[in-house]
Design a protein around this ligand. Structure first.
Ligand code: PXP
Length: 245
């Protein structure tokens, strides 16, 4: 039985469209192709500056999706109201800075406890499950649990970008420890950021992690092999790593 989900983040399809202000490529079509390739979930980030995904994308994807919708969003009142309207299967709260290229770090849950707690409560009142995107840090895991999150997504970026084996090993230990802590306290644990076909195996082998959200590398690979195949190759890599791990 499948014990893991692959969430495919299709923001970069929208990035390509917005670069020229065209109507193509359409992330709605990308969601269909990703599902055909075996995606268990579609992940989109509606940013406050609307630099890639637009409200129209969220609306149509919500109406047409066959699998699950994971909406990444900043913990703001505007985004919470939008989530309330479209009812994603999961809302993932992420930190957002206008000047960043992509989500650069995890949420500092302890530091922004009141805002995050209020957002979590608001979304849960609307029957929306809430995950918090955090660094693989035990204090952040505990803080996420305390504010009532349904799950956490561990930021794998530092592990993926490690420039030496020593840093890589240390980062892997942090991921493993954070995942085990989640499991001990009964908090579902996911992972994402910077994952690609070359680095997915050790992370996918961590049994406690039950969902992987992957965007850039899949969309980049799709330029050469097509989206359906790019998704299928990632799904196979995850399943294979878990079978062996
Ligand atoms: N998970 C979260 C919370 C993210 O913010 C992102 C980037 O949008 C991803 C996963 C996917 O990261 P990548 O595009 O590097 O695969």
């Amino acid at each position: 039985m499948q014990d893991t989900r692959l969430g495919v983040n299709i923001d970069h399809v929208a990035t390509l469209r917005q670069a020229r202000g065209t109507t193509y490529p359409d992330p709605v079509a990308a969601a269909v192709m990703a599902e055909l390739g075996g995606a268990d979930q579609i992940t989109i980030h509606l940013r406050e500056d609307r630099r890639h995904i637009q409200d129209r994308d969220l609306r149509i994807i919500r109406e047409t999706l066959q699998t699950r919708l994971n909406l990444e969003m900043a913990p703001t009142k505007e985004m919470s109201k939008i989530a309330y309207q479209y009812k994603p299967d999961m809302a993932t709260l992420v930190p957002e800075k206008r000047e960043e290229l992509t989500t650069e770090g995890g949420l500092d849950v302890a530091m922004h406890r009141d805002t995050i707690k209020e957002t979590v409560r608001f979304l849960k009142d609307g029957d929306i499950k809430v995950s918090l995107f955090i660094d693989p840090d035990i204090d952040q895991v505990r803080a996420a649990h305390k504010v009532g999150a349904d799950a956490v997504e561990l930021h794998t970026g530092t592990f993926c970008d490690a420039k030496s084996q020593a840093i890589r090993d240390a980062e892997f230990e942090r991921l493993l420890n954070a995942a085990k802590t989640c499991s001990k306290i009964g908090l579902p644990v996911f992972a994402g950021h910077g994952l690609n076909l070359n680095n997915i195996a050790p992370v996918a082998a961590i049994r406690e992690i039950t969902e992987f959200n992957i965007g850039h590398s899949i969309i980049a690979h799709a330029v050469f092999v097509g989206l359906e195949r790019a998704v299928r190759e990632m799904k196979t890599a995850i399943v294979e790593a878990r079978r062996q791990g």
